[in-house]
Design a binder for this molecule. Structure first.
Ligand SMILES: *[C@@H]1O[C@H](CO)[C@@H](O)[C@H](O)[C@H]1NC(C)=O
Ligand SMILES: *[C@@H]1O[C@H](CO)[C@@H](O)[C@H](O)[C@H]1NC(C)=O
Length: 306
């Protein structure tokens, strides 16, 4: 990391869940048939990616918790299993100059994933973010490895004129943090809301995820920071053609969005529209890469409960 002025999500390589997927299995799953093991491996991958995001998300930590009092009121309708052809892939940023042997699994880059999500967006893009420094302006250098971040910002600012509604929820910037990217987004027609987590929760909005067209999602450790594309190891997951999961994650975004209005307060209780039937007890049943899987999203810290 060249200019470490802000915390960003470093992912220790030993946490990469694809290195040794069988180590992610609970011991009692070791004797399952192969297709079940594959199912557990995919599930472990998803949850591991979310937990990795959690490690760096304070106080809005994605944790395997639930809010039974509210969620128990909503019963899962029978037969409403997700029929979307959900495709999941891990995505990662590997710092420039760091090379691995060809035996190490490689995944699509965060940069390429973001570019494709932007390129494919047709109606909406919602981004939950901690801070924005996609250009070199923050470091007052001409670092070539900022190019990818600068390209992402340039492409994002093209979206509104293409008819794509862009919403950005960002943790209220500290006084010394640059505002250039957020101002460029607003000039382009994107809607930006600063979520005052320091006032609301004495924390920050540390979540990083994207929801595209209510159908595709990205969730991971990468900040909206050029370093997160070329200088910092980052791990995330992209799930495509999965409106069931995107709808659930969208509720988390709506919670942040609601908290981004001036002088917002945390509603108690949250309106039912933010509630979800999916939790540890009743996870979403879906096919991930053609494999039966169970997934739920969870946010702690109060503002988002999904
Ligand atoms: C989503 O599904 C459609 C229809 O099967 C397919 O053409 C498209 O490539 C998929 N999108 C992604 C991003 O995988
Ligand atoms: C927010 O609160 C401040 C301080 O109480 C007040 O001056 C301001 O008018 C409020 N803004 C809105 C939009 O309500």
């Amino acid at each position: 990391m060249l200019v470490p002025w802000a915390p960003t999500g470093l992912v220790p390589p030993q946490l990469n869940p694809l290195d040794k997927p069988e180590e992610q299995l609970p011991p009692e799953q070791g004797t399952l048939p192969a297709h079940k093991r594959a199912c557990w491996a995919v599930l472990a991958t998803v949850l591991a990616a979310m937990l990795l995001a959690a490690l760096f998300t304070y106080p809005l930590v994605f944790l395997a918790g639930s809010t039974p009092s509210r969620q128990d009121r909503v019963q899962q309708a029978p037969g409403d299993a997700c029929t979307d052809p959900c495709r999941i892939t891990l995505v990662e940023s590997i710092p420039e100059g760091l090379t691995y042997s060809s035996a190490v699994p490689s995944h699509p880059s965060t940069f390429q994933t973001w570019l494709e999500l932007i390129g494919g967006a047709q109606s909406s893009l919602d981004i939950a973010s901690f801070y924005w420094t996609l250009t070199n302006a923050d470091s007052h250098t001409r670092e070539p490895s900022a190019q990818q971040g600068e390209q992402i910002l340039a492409e994002l600012t093209q979206l509104p004129q293409r008819g794509v509604a862009v919403r950005v929820a960002v943790s209220t910037p500290k006084a010394k943090q640059p505002l250039d990217d957020l101002e460029a987004l607003e000039r382009s027609g994107a809607a930006v809301r600063k979520v005052d987590m320091p006032r609301l929760t004495k924390g920050v909005l540390h979540t990083k995820f994207w929801v595209v067209d209510g159908t595709h999602i990205y969730l991971g450790s990468a900040n909206m920071d050029w370093r997160s594309l070329t200088q910092v190891k980052e791990l995330g997951a992209a799930v495509y053609n999965c409106s069931c999961l995107a709808r659930d994650l969208g509720k988390v975004f709506e919670a942040y969005w609601a908290l981004g209005v001036p002088n917002a307060t945390i509603p108690e209780p949250w309106p039912d529209s933010y509630s979800t039937i999916y939790n540890a007890e009743t996870p979403l049943q879906l096919q991930l890469n053609g494999t039966p899987a169970s997934v739920y999203l969870s946010v702690s810290g109060g503002p988002g409960r999904a």
